[in-house]
Design a protein around this ligand. Structure first.
Ligand code: SAM
Length: 166
């Protein structure tokens, strides 16, 4: 079951899963209100999204709510090297996976750095920054995100967290 608040993201995910022949369902829902039943998931994978939640603690609580007791959560994101660094967007400055998971009641919280993932990420943003977006608003947004991301690239670390639901 895949959840995203963007109907377009859900449409693309469905199409991709169809091409892969994967038995997957998708629905629109918010990080803090997925619409999934309590205790209904054995595991939750939240990829590069938790920093978008306006109230991140509500999102961590939602992950705990939908997980069956003892279920596992795995999250990937970026964390600031310094939480005071004003050069970073506010949403990245507040990411602290260990603190968020712990406050939501998770146990066995492990957070690890993945420096090996960064080369591919940098190459993607370099391509985005180098492209000519023309009049296409989506390409313009991607280009601008590439430029911004390269400016702050070395101010964050790539992280993955795993934890056990209460
Ligand atoms: C960097 S993308 C990652 C997408 C996907 N997890 C993946 O790995 O391909 C971040 C995603 O978070 C979604 N998103 C942002 N805020 C959200 C929210 N409050 N609730 C649900 N999804 C949200 C966006 O629509 C976007 O698809």
């Amino acid at each position: 079951m895949g959840v995203d608040f963007s109907a377009e993201a859900v449409r693309q995910a469905r199409e991709y899963a169809g091409r892969l022949g994967a038995a997957a369902e998708f629905r629109t829902g918010d990080l803090a209100a997925t619409g999934l039943d309590a205790d209904s998931a054995d595991a939750v994978l939240c990829v590069d999204a938790i920093h978008f939640a306006p109230h991140s603690q509500a999102a961590y609580r939602e992950i705990a709510r939908i997980l069956a007791p003892g279920g596992r959560a795995v999250l990937t994101c970026w964390e600031p090297l310094s939480w005071d660094d004003q050069r970073l967007p506010e949403r990245l400055r507040r990411v602290d996976l260990r603190a968020g998971l712990t406050a939501a009641g998770f146990a066995s919280v492990e957070v690890g750095e993945r420096p090996g993932w960064r080369a591919a990420e940098r190459a993607m943003w370099e391509q985005a920054a180098a492209l000519d977006p023309g009049d296409d608003p989506a390409l313009r947004a991607f280009h601008d995100e590439g430029v911004r991301s390269l400016q702050t690239f070395d101010l964050v670390r790539r992280v993955i967290a795993a934890a056990t639901a209460p």
